[in-house]
Design a protein around this ligand. Structure first.
Ligand code: NAP
Length: 279
């Protein structure tokens, strides 16, 4: 009897709009792997029972998304150092009976910059990060890990930036005091939801940025946010959020299906088309 095909899933509530099935489905198909990846809508009160039953149900692991990331970190038997540090897990897999967890958004963020703006970290000087929400923590952690001399968080609610800075090695600046930092920044990153379709603009004066500053916006709907459009108009190198979404998926796929997939232009086009369709 042949072994059952490995199954994976994205566990969230709600989960209907997740693009992970599209990404992993593409890799399964292009690599001819007999596996599957599905959406698992799981209410918060059912998360623990769902995870308890995963192995018997044939899952080799899965992604975990809002609102379960902290619960997944608490539930895992073994965590990577970064998942432990951040108290958050977006990828789980079984090593025998042991449920292992990692948080891969920081890897995705770095992977996109490495692929789309090679040499972006040549200076490893100052990174200025806007936002202190769920997405900011792994990004700040990744930039510190990459060796940036100074990572500074600017957020509307300064107490949230301070709470993050208490956990990670970074500084905090108020949004209205950010101007002097702009001319020294090697990298400017938007992790706020400002810039999402219909949600306005960070209104930064990009004239202060050096010509070699790289501007990254992790928002991926729209593909080009007002911030990226202004940066590109000034001739700066820019990186959008789609690459991070695609690269964060790589470690999970390799844990579950045994090969490291690539983020290719064809995959990017597929997901771009899905976003453009408004699905
Ligand atoms: P979140 O936890 O809700 O945090 C939202 C952040 O945006 C907070 O820092 C918030 O500031 C700030 N913000 C919201 N409205 C603002 C406004 N009008 N002016 C100034 N700041 C404002 O959200 P998240 O999970 O971090 O996600 C943030 C964005 O990243 C979303 O657009 C999401 O789609 C995107 N994202 C992309 C990827 C990817 O793979 N590319 C991954 C994760 C998230 P306060 O603290 O002051 O409220």
């Amino acid at each position: 009897m042949s072994a059952a095909a490995p199954k994976s899933c994205v566990i969230g509530w709600p989960v209907a709009h997740s693009r992970s099935p599209l990404i992993h489905g593409y890799w399964l198909k292009t690599h001819g792997i007999a596996g599957s990846y599905e959406k698992a809508p799981v209410r918060p009160e059912d998360f623990s029972a769902f995870v308890d039953a995963m192995r018997a149900a044939g899952y080799v692991g899965g992604n975990v998304t809002i609102p379960h990331k902290a619960a997944a970190a608490a539930r895992c038997d073994r965590l990577t150092e970064r998942a432990e540090r951040l108290g958050s897990v977006n990828t789980v897999w079984f090593d025998g009976e042991t449920l292992c967890g990692d948080t891969t958004d920081g890897l995705g963020f770095l992977g996109a910059l490495d692929q789309e703006a090679p040499g972006w970290d040549a200076q490893k000087g100052i990174a200025l990060v806007f936002g202190a929400g769920g997405a900011a923590a792994p990004i700040v952690d990744a930039l510190v890990g990459r060796g940036f001399a100074r990572v500074v968080i600017a957020n509307r609610t300064i107490a949230k930036a301070e709470a993050l800075a208490a956990k990670l090695s970074c500084d905090v600046v108020a949004l209205d005091e950010v101007a002097p930092l702009l001319e020294t920044a090697d990298l400017v990153v938007n992790t706020t939801s400002v810039g999402m379709s219909g949600q306005g603009d960070l209104a930064l004066d990009l004239a202060a940025l050096r010509p070699d500053t790289v501007v990254d916006d992790i928002v991926y709907v729209p593909a080009e946010t007002p911030l990226l459009r202004s940066a590109r108009a000034r001739g700066l190198r820019t990186v959008g959020g789609l690459g991070m979404l695609l690269h964060q998926a790589v470690p999970g796929f390799s844990h579950w299906f045994g090969m490291v997939p690539e983020v290719t232009p064809a995959l990017r086009r597929l997901v771009e088309a899905d976003i453009a369709s408004g699905a």
